[in-house]
Each structure stands twice: as structure tokens, then as C-alpha cells.
Ligand binder design. Sequence first.
Ligand SMILES: Nc1ncnc2c1ncn2[C@@H]1O[C@H](COP(=O)(O)OP(=O)(O)OP(=O)(O)O)[C@@H](O)[C@H]1O
Length: 577
Amino acid sequence: MMLHPELLRAVRTAPGPLLRATALLTAVTAAHAGQAALLAVTLADIARHRTDRLPALLGAVAAVLFLRAFLTWRQRTAAADAGARIRTLLRDELLVRLGRLGPAHTTAARTGALRATVVDGVEGVNTYLSRYLPQLAVVCLVTPALLVWIATVHAWAAAVLAAAVVLALLAPRLWDRALAARGREHWDTYEGLAADYLEALQQMPALRAAGAVRRRRRALQERSRLLHRATVAKLRVSLVDTALTDLAIQAGTLAAVLLACASAAAGRATGAESYLLLMLASECFRPLRDLSREWHAGHVGVSAADGIAALRTARPAVADTGTLAPSWPSPPAVTFTGVRFAYPGSDRPALDGVGFQCPAGRTTALVGPSGAGKSTLLALLQRHHDPDAGAVLLDGVDIRELSLTALRRSIAVVSQDVYLFAASIADNLRLADPDATDRRLVAACRDAGIHDEIAALPDGYATVLGERGATLSGGQRQRLALARALLCDAPILVLDEATSAVDERREHQITEALRRAARGRTCLIVAHRLAAVRHADRIVVLDRGRVDDIGDHRTLVGAGGTYAALATADLSRGAAR
Ligand SMILES: Nc1ncnc2c1ncn2[C@@H]1O[C@H](COP(=O)(O)OP(=O)(O)OP(=O)(O)O)[C@@H](O)[C@H]1O
């Protein structure tokens, strides 16, 4: 009978359907009791060889039977209806939360574990709400009413049954703490296994390349064994729980039967009363038996509730307190001033006193050795994190003063790992703008230098991509992502390692596409290979979290600093290819 605040909170997702499901379940249980009472009278009549009322009584029993069948059908529909709403609204709420939490959260959490919470956890909450809670309400409403009814027939029997009901309800609660601990352990193990499997499936090529499939399989088998152990441990506790309930029910029923027999033998009760007592004693426990069954089904919801609550109440890495939503008639300049930032848990700052400007409508390239802080700068611009000191400004306005929606609408991003959905090319493009016309899709793809290749596919823009866009090459995926970014029509374009997955010829194509795309936008490019950035209007060289130098390709090569060293390394890499 565990009531978790998170689960009670979730009742508000579908109060109407839940109330309807509960009312109908009460009616079904009442119909059971009514049928039992009618049967008691019928049996008493048969025992006394009274047949005059038999047809009417049997007719009434049949009518109640049909009514109950009808009510049961309506009840299941109402519960399914409540379930559908609970699932949809709860998952939607969690997805909105995940969206707000942003990449800072999703990179820290394991995708498989999040999936388990959002899919299986919500499923458990649904069972708890749409099946366990209505049954609990029925126990609270119908069982006392039946006990009062029994008391009018046989006060002692009612007292004994009441004691048995209380025992059946309370005795298993002694095991609640143990069950909660085992339930959590089971859920954690399940989440871990789900995350491991997802990772193994997604990383199968890497595992195969490293010859690690067999080792990974063994690790997963071990995980499965742990889950099996956790399941058995939980089952053991819940079986004790069920056994206690059953024991109380059996003892109560037996005592009531003995009392009924004793009363009948002593002539203190009529035949009809004895039959009624026997029938109602059994009905009195029906809601409890059903509750015990639903409890085991709904317990997953209780185990998952903590994870759902944690996800719902997690604080985003940045606060969305800004209110400005500028419309940018012309692309804004992006300025970093005195930016210092250390990742949570890291004592060494990733950026320390970084200041430079990306001029409006121009292309600025960020270069520097691995770990210099290039991606971190882009993450700060997108407000995945806020700087510990200093600020990022758009045309002089601190980005913290903009609402997150306005900021994100101002920036289009093509990141290192392009994500394409298992949908058509057109649908993938329209993620950026659902209302974009076919003409705009083609224009964006032309600018990104991918239109001809899409047009050459048998289904053109209607071609359905495999999962994660598997049917396209790395370079095609990157140019498709670029086209998608162009469709956003944002005044700032951010390209993080946009040419990382392609060969030299493709790199040239993409660089050309970028130059076309960058026109009329303030563009920030991070690239390892300098070919992609040598034409940039301004190149900012970062080294170990600081600005090392700023200039254009020619002046920086001439200066002979970090950039010149990178250029030499780049050249020799190019020669090696
Ligand atoms: N999520 C993170 N948590 C903790 N430290 C991080 C995280 N991401 C990056 N860092 C650290 O911050 C520093 C800057 O990393 P960043 O990814 O910005 O460098 P980069 O210049 O983009 O490197 P690369 O060219 O290899 O992508 C590095 O020391 C890195 O180890």
C-alpha cells in the first residue's frame, strides 16, 4: 500500500479517467456482492424446497451477471483510457524536461538508463495508477460496506472478518521496507542492463573492430545474471508479502465459516442468513486478493518513481531567466569577454580569460591543438553551460539576457556527430522548419552542395534513411546536416568539425558549401584541418584554454607561433595522405 508522492502527483495527468475507472471498479465489485447475496437467497430457497421465487431469482442472477460483464468491459476501457493519457502526458513531460536540461545532462546520464526510465518506468507508473490505485480505493470503500452488511447478519463474524482484513492489509507492510530496497536494487540493475545493451548495439562496429564482441557478450551475460539475482531477491520478498495476505484471508474465511456453522447448528441463524454470511465473507476478501495482485504489477512504478522524480526535478545547467527575443535585422557580432570556465568536478579550467570578437556577418575560425577549448567555447555560446566569469555577447547583449528559445533560434549548429533520424530526407530537413516548402529544401541543399546527390537517389528527397542516417556516407550526412542548419535561417552559424568525416575532395566540396552558406551570417567554425579555415576572415588560435593569437591565415603563418606549427603538421599530414 505504498503511496509515493511522485506517483500521487502523476494522478493529475488523468484525474477524470482515473475517477471513472475507480467508480466502475466499485460498481463491478458491488455487482459481485449483489450476485453473491442473490445466490445466497437462491440456495436458501432450494434448501427449503421453495421453488416459487426460483425463476425470478435465477433471472436476477443472470441479469447481474450480464450487468457485471458490461461493467467490467467499461471498466477495462476506462482504465486503458486513463493509461494512455498517463503514458502520453508523463512521457511528454519528461521529454520536455530532458529538452530543458540540455546536453549537459544527457551526456552525463546514460541513454539506455534514461530510455528505461522514460519507457518502462512510465509503464510501471501507469499500471500503478490505472490498476493499483482504483483497486485500493475499492478496498477502502467496498470492504467496510460489506463488513457493515455482515454485521447486520452476524456481529461476531463481522468482527473476526474485520480483524482478518486489517491483518491482510497491514501484515505485508512489515515487509515494505525490504520490498522497497529490493525493488530499487532490481530497477537499478535493470537500468544498467538496458544502458549496457543499448551501448553494445550502437557501438557494435567499434566492438567488432576492436575484436571485443565476445568480451562484451560475457560482460552482458554477467549483467543479466545480476538482474536475474535481483529479480529473484525481489520475488522472494514479494512472495512473503502475498503469503501473509493469503494466510490472513484464509484464516478469516475459515473463522467466518466456523461461526456461521455454529450459529446455524445452534439455531441462532436462519438458513438464508448462514448462506449470506458465507457468500459475503468470501466477497469481502475479493478486493484484497485483487489488490495484492495489482500491487505486484504496479510495484515497478514505485521502484521507478525515484528515477522519474530525479529527472523531473533535476536542475538545468543554465537558468532560463532571460526575457529578450531580438529579431536581428542583420547578423550580430559574437563577443567573448574575459571568459573563464571549468567543467563541473574539474579543478582545471577549460577556458581561462578568453576574449575576442567574431565580427558581424564574417567567418571566424577557432583552431588549436586537441583540448584547447574550442568545443567548450561553442558550448558556452549555445548556453549548454554558463561561464564562471566573463560573458558571451551578441551585438553587446549578454546571451543570459535572451530567453533560451530566442538564443537557440538565433544559432544554427552543425556538430561533430550528425544525427539523422530513420525518416525520409525531406522529413530530416524539415526538423529545422516543418513548414519549409520543397523549393526551400532544394535551395538549402544546393547551398550545402548535396542537392545533386539527393536528386540522383531513386526516391530523391523521399528516400527513407536507415537508423542514424546509415544509408548516407559521412560526408553526405554532414552536408545534409549543413542544409538542415541553413533551413533554420538563423543569423549565426556554428560549425563544429564539419569536415571531420570526409576525404580531401569532399572536404573541398564542403569548404566551398560552407563559404556559400556563411554569406550573410556570422559564422564560427572549428576545424582540425586548416584547409577548411584558411579562408576565414579571422582565425583565433586557442591553446590550453587561452587565446594564443588572432589574425588571418597569412599573418598567423608569418608570425611562426602555434598556428604555424599546426599548419606545418597539417601539411605533413596532407602529404602523408
Ligand atoms: N564534459 C566535460 N567534462 C569535463 N571536462 C571536459 C568536458 N569536455 C571537455 N573537457 C575538458 O575541457 C578541455 C577543453 O576541451 P574541448 O573539448 O573544448 O577542447 P577542443 O579544443 O574542442 O578539443 P578537440 O579538438 O580535441 O575536440 C579539455 O581539457 C577537456 O578534457
